[in-house]
Design a protein around this ligand. Structure first.
Ligand SMILES: Nc1ncnc2c1ncn2[C@@H]1O[C@H](COP(=O)(O)OP(=O)(O)OP(=O)(O)O)[C@@H](O)[C@H]1O
Ligand SMILES: N[C@@H](CCO)C(=O)O
Length: 325
């Protein structure tokens, strides 16, 4: 999260007067993250997270996100819960933005990831996929293959300012992925942004998942590809086979993969790398003046994309297909 919208204390006090959480005692902006404005609130009833939805979150999608968090919790997934105002509404408006309060989740995200964390994430992702299978609302993935070209076109003239030759490599990759993007794989609700900063641990135990604001319906294996990108590379951008194997095996212990999913994994990983490369390039080139946000590195995802372009099969991710089926 980040802070794009400054909230004055009197506006916030008026906003929370609609809820049964007592008076506001204190609040502060959370500098982490890049998508929405987030505040940690201390009210008489305890701690809460206030989110003001910014640029990439459409108000029309909020019932999907908030409903999903409730649905997943009812199926045993530990995630923040929307707090309802006295009129029963979980969604309000603050400083002209859609806004919601969610419960505070105990735990810390792992700054230093090891293979045990990766195994736990793989397992949690598979459980999330199973728990989401009977969620009734639907939301298409706006950041899947058909969304990438418009993103690229919005920044194409300046892409080479980020890194030399990036324009040509992204253009070629886009052509290749549009022509060969997998179809017909098992689909369901995916998290679509399950990065280390969205997974909390208490000690060594995974304690909960946050940030469902990219969740949507898409191929389940695409979510695995996102996690491989986010969890299994080192700071020097080299792929860590031990972590990759742990994550994939952790997932498959809960939900085994079918042959088509296994075959598609390298392509899905390329797509996932391109998706985050593109949003990071756009964000890098368009930091709003005065915003409390640190844009994330596009180069990181450029390097990851180059790795996946060389991969031929799951073997190149440190595991054999038979171990995941
Ligand atoms: N329900 C919660 N309970 C406790 N802490 C939270 C909660 N929601 C958010 N946070 C804190 O705020 C930080 C940023 O939240 P989040 O990742 O949702 O923001 P974002 O802007 O959507 O970020 P991202 O860049 O991951 O998309 C988290 O790393 C965590 O420290
Ligand atoms: N998790 C994303 C930011 C939120 O979309 C990234 O690391 O680029």
């Amino acid at each position: 999260m980040a802070v794009y919208t400054d909230v004055a204390a009197e506006d916030l006090a008026a906003f929370i007067a609609r809820y049964d959480i007592g008076r506001l005692l204190s609040y502060k902006g959370i500098a982490e993250g890049v998508e929405n404005s987030n505040y940690l609130l201390h009210a008489e009833a305890g701690y809460f997270i206030l989110t003001l939805y910014e640029k990439r979150v459409a108000a029309v999608d909020l019932p999907f996100f908030l409903g999903l968090m409730e649905h997943l919790a009812s199926r045993g997934i530990n995630c923040p819960q929307p707090v309802k105002a006295r009129d029963g509404d979980a969604l309000g408006t603050l400083c002209g933005r859609p806004a919601a309060l969610v419960t505070f989740l105990e735990g810390m995200w792992m700054r230093k990831v090891d293979a045990k964390h990766c195994a736990a994430v793989g397992e949690a992702l598979a459980k999330l996929h199973l728990a989401g299978s009977d969620f009734k609302l639907r939301r298409a993935n706006a950041l899947s293959v058909s969304g990438w070209r418009p993103l690229f076109e919005s920044c194409a003239s300046r892409v080479d300012d980020v890194q030399h030759s990036m324009h040509e490599i992204i253009a070629n990759e886009l052509d290749a992925l549009e022509a060969s993007w997998p179809r017909g794989l098992p689909e369901g609700v995916i998290h679509a942004d399950l990065f280390p900063d969205n997974v909390f641990f208490l000690g060594e135990k995974l304690s909960g998942l946050i940030d469902f604001y990219f969740a949507c319906n898409d191929m389940l294996a695409y979510d695995i590809a996102i996690c491989l990108n986010a969890w299994c590379f080192e700071n020097d951008f080299s792929y860590n086979f031990t972590k990759g194997r742990a994550l994939l095996q952790g997932y498959a212990r809960v939900r085994p993969l079918n042959d088509a999913e296994l075959d598609a994994l390298p392509l899905l990983a390329r797509g996932a790398a391109l998706r985050f490369l593109l949003t990071r390039v756009v964000d890098w080139l368009n930091v709003p003046p005065g915003a409390l946000v640190k844009p994330k590195s596009p180069q990181e995802y450029f390097r990851k994309l180059r790795f996946h372009q060389k991969a031929q099969s799951v073997h190149d991710y440190g595991v054999e297909a038979r171990e995941l089926a």
